[in-house]
Design a protein around this ligand. Structure first.
Ligand code: NAI
Length: 361
């Protein structure tokens, strides 16, 4: 069922007949190209973001789609913004049931004719992408192509973090710096591995005890209680778990100089960027620093028409350093929060391309 939503090109809400899962596909903008963004499989509980599970899932699909538009624009890609959410409890889906769900969801993606291109996201795997690929061409991240984007995302976050360090401490080196990593899942663990190689001291927290143990054993991370990670005294806080980590409650407890992490929508509202700025905390806007994964999946043949090129992906992701540094320098010069500067840069590029296109037409 198509739902008209102000400011968005598409919001498609359906129910999967076999599993009862509610599905949401949002396309924010195709001004620069098709809306590429992950499929999130998540069991939203009552009161997530203070609303019913369905509202929370819809809210996430919409705002994550908008963030993808800005992320693609900031990364210099000819792509728009899209995102999808499947509201279901992954623990209650058997392997066959899950395969069927993604095959049927692939048909919904196909019906949009390429305006939305799917990828892996929180709760979904390469295998799920393979299932969806059975019924739609418009899916990236299948085995044998770009694969798991997380290590590329982690590399981009590291480069962005180093740009923050240069801006804040006068050197990009993270040696001896204390970095608190919230969530050592796919991106967080890869990032922590890179940080360990760079000689940083790592504090880590994860609600999944096994993941925390792995970070402790393999990387020598000091493990902290999940609810306490935000307030740790550290040089850099790196949110790599979920959104809205910086909110009215947590902003008072922060004990860091820099916030630089992979999570999408780290700020509960844009005003939180202002709060951070006033407190003198350097914030690397989430979509400017976590675009490596998008750059990776956007390099797949379904998007470019040419074979995946890892070298090009790493080269483009490396530029995260300069992009983040530019945002921070403008933020200091203009006396404005970094999230405001990033939004302006992303919107200006979309406008420029839009005008260029209308001149060509
Ligand atoms: P993941 O699901 O592999 O890792 C998230 C980790 O956070 C899990 O280990 C989970 O147990 C942990 N966690 C959940 N709640 C927590 C809490 N309250 N405290 C501490 N840990 C908690 O997900 P992934 O792929 O690593 O993504 C992490 C974040 O980065 C997400 O917000 C995602 O949207 C974002 N992101 C991921 C990209 C990628 O390439 N995978 C690309 C861009 C953004």
């Amino acid at each position: 069922m198509r739902k008209k939503t102000e400011g968005f090109e598409v919001l498609e809400v359906n129910e999967d007949n076999e599993t009862g899962a509610r599905t949401f596909i949002a396309v924010h903008s195709t001004a620069l190209g098709p809306g590429l963004g992950g499929i999130r499989l998540f069991h939203y509980r009552e009161n997530t973001y203070g609303c019913e599970p369905e509202k929370a899932a819809e809210k996430d699909a919409l705002r994550l789609a908008r963030a993808m538009t800005y992320k693609a624009s900031m990364a210099g890609l000819m792509l728009g913004g899209g995102k999808s959410v499947i509201l279901a409890d992954p623990d209650e889906l058997g392997a066959e049931e899950r395969k069927g769900l993604f095959e049927r969801f692939g048909r919904a993606i196909e019906s949009l004719g390429g305006d939305y291109i799917a990828a892996e996201d929180v709760g979904t795997t390469e295998k799920d992408m393979e299932s969806a690929r059975k019924t739609t061409r418009f899916v990236t991240g299948v085995p044998g192509e770009a694969g798991d984007p997380s290590p590329v995302t982690a590399f981009g976050v590291l480069r962005g973090m180093q740009a923050c360090a240069l801006h804040c401490f006068g050197s990009e080196s993270l040696k001896g710096k204390t970095v608190a990593v919230q969530g050592v899942g796919s991106v967080g663990f890869s990032l922590a591995s890179l940080l360990a190689k760079d000689g940083a001291k790592i504090l880590a927290a994860d609600t999944d005890g096994k993941k925390a143990d792995r970070a402790e054993k393999e990387l020598g991370a000091e493990i902290v209680e999940p609810r306490e990670i935000i307030e740790q005294e550290c040089d850099i806080l790196s949110p790599c778990a979920f959104g809205e980590v910086i909110n009215r409650e947590t902003v008072k407890k922060l004990n860091c100089r820099i916030i630089a992490g992979a999570a999408n929508n780290q700020l509960e509202s844009p005003e939180m960027g202002g709060e951070l700025f006033r407190k003198g905390i350097v914030y690397a806007p989430d979509y400017a620093i976590n675009c490596g994964g998008l750059i990776s999946v956007a390099n797949e043949k379904v998007v470019t028409g040419t074979p995946y090129d890892r070298g090009e992906v790493m080269e483009r992701t490396e530029k995260t350093f300069n992009r983040v540094l530019d945002i921070l320098e403008r933020s200091s010069k203009e006396g404005k929060p970094s999230n405001e500067i990033a939004d302006r840069i992303a919107k200006e590029r979309i406008e420029r391309e839009r005008k260029g296109k209308s001149r060509e037409a």
